[in-house]
Design a protein around this ligand. Sequence first.
Ligand code: BG6
Length: 483
Amino acid sequence: MQDMSLVLFGASGDLAKRKLYPALYNLFLEGKMPPSISVVGLGRKPFSNEDFHALIKEALESFSRRDIVSSSLDEFLEKFRYCIFDATKQESYKDLQDFIETRESELNIPDNRLFYLSVAPKLVDLITTNLHKNGISQTKGWKRLIIEKPFGSDLKSAQELNAKLKEVFDEDEIFRIDHYLGKPMVQNLESLIRPNPILKSLWDHHQIANVQITASETVGVGTRAGYYDQAGAIRDMVQNHLLQLVMMTALHHPKKLSPKEIEDNKREIMESLRPVAKDEMSQHIVRGQYEAGEVEGETVKAYREEDGIDPDSNNDTFFAARLYIDNEYWKGIPFYIRTGKRMKEKSTRIVIEFKNEADETENPEEIGLVSNLLEIEINPAESVSLRVNIKDQSNEQFEPAFITFSKNPSSQPEAYERLLNDAMQGNSTYFAHWNEVELSWKWIQPILEAFEEDGLPLNFYPAGSTGPEASHKLLETDGFNWW
Ligand code: BG6
């Protein structure tokens, strides 16, 4: 890996503490950092380097998946320097340029610069424009930009933001983080399907009855009322994470695909995603909001009673939909997606339900035959299990049995570790490319408009439940149920 500067905007923020420092530390322990790297942390707080190192150490103690190795901690911290920075002040950019250059010459690093913007969305455009204006992004080496979601708040704002970024960075220099793409089981999908002919040959509408993608959470809105009451589940989870999971599941792997082929195939999937017609919206989309209830033994408030939430808010904390991908592989097969806060359990999973091909002479229900299921648990457990029918010879009835394979999540690199490592190497396979992002917003846009026009009922569900009744009906009308 080439030597570089990593310039981190938002160095004392929550994401940096919870995810980025632990990720960098684990990469360091595994020898996956470049031999020489200058990490410049930027923030408005007047920290000394010692304060900054103390903050990083604390973050590692709280959030690293591996314990701190004291003999090498100083070597790790030595890579980090703090630079006070105010994104709205021109002097800050001038100081930053000097700061980066000084470190580059001290460490003899070529000007390869990776800019990580872990900042409020409204600052992204301002910072990138000023990086250019002040020559910070005009490097002789390479330059790359990592940005966090949200990438716009609707189709138009996403297009505008992208146009701004493109003035400074090329598409192959922009790494849009979707941390779901960094999850080990999501990255393992390809290696689950392609090398296993028994799965590869079943991966289409001939054998699959439906695909279900669930991302349920037990947490509520927490301290993010200002953002979440505007975003809702549709922008927070669906436009990005869930649609990325749809793409990753629908990918076909006739052979090992190159990063470019993966990108092209994902775009083709999004192009084949059937738009939801306005007059059919209520048949395919369910939106919901949590009421008071009990989650994991604790009584919790209704969404409308949460701190900072408008007591009349019609915001969605739950979203479910039936999608169709009109291509040769998936024609006619429903993909069901759902996500919600304050649900019964924390679980992200993909379930593939196969067609139940009972012999004409048998009634599957009478003899206990169930459809085969392939369950891919993404979070918090990481496992794959296949449900098959086994006959109990004593009563001639079939019983479901599970073949399960699971991994210990703590031994796996975390999403941010994988994604940072990829961005450092310039590999954008598991990042959201502009085509996908734009096409997701195109699919989402009419639904957003229906929400705004109150064109879809808001279904309430008790906290701690599996979501509104309407989401169960969505599958029942097709003869299925959520797994
Ligand atoms: C984030 C959302 O992107 O993903 C949060 O903004 C959500 O609202 C989180 O809680 C869920 O991530 P994970 O990895 O816990 O499933």
